[in-house]
Ligand binder design. Structure first.
Ligand SMILES: [Zn+2]
Length: 82
């Protein structure tokens, strides 16, 4: 997916590509800047990266799997008690 995610700081703006050239060639640099709050990141990967969100999603999936196992395991017991 090539589309950039909304800015993680203000959650309103999107990162837009920019580049700047200083007084000499060595100071040329590229960056992505939020069009709402002005937050800057140096690469497109960083503009789309959400390490914590990705980690949390993975953990949620893990927990959902465990919960599914638990509920499958518990069903015979509850029916025995009825
Ligand atoms: Zn922003």
């Amino acid at each position: 997916m090539d589309e950039l995610k909304p800015c993680p700081f203000c959650e309103i703006g999107v990162f837009e590509y920019n580049n700047d050239t200083g007084s000499n060639d060595e100071s040329y640099y590229e960056y992505y800047e939020c069009n709402n709050c002005g937050a800057r990141v140096s690469t497109k990967e960083l503009a789309s990266a959400r390490p914590i969100e990705d980690k949390l999603r993975a953990r949620i999936k893990e927990l959902e799997m465990e919960l599914k196992e638990i509920s499958e395991f518990r069903t015979p017991f509850t029916s025995d008690l009825e």
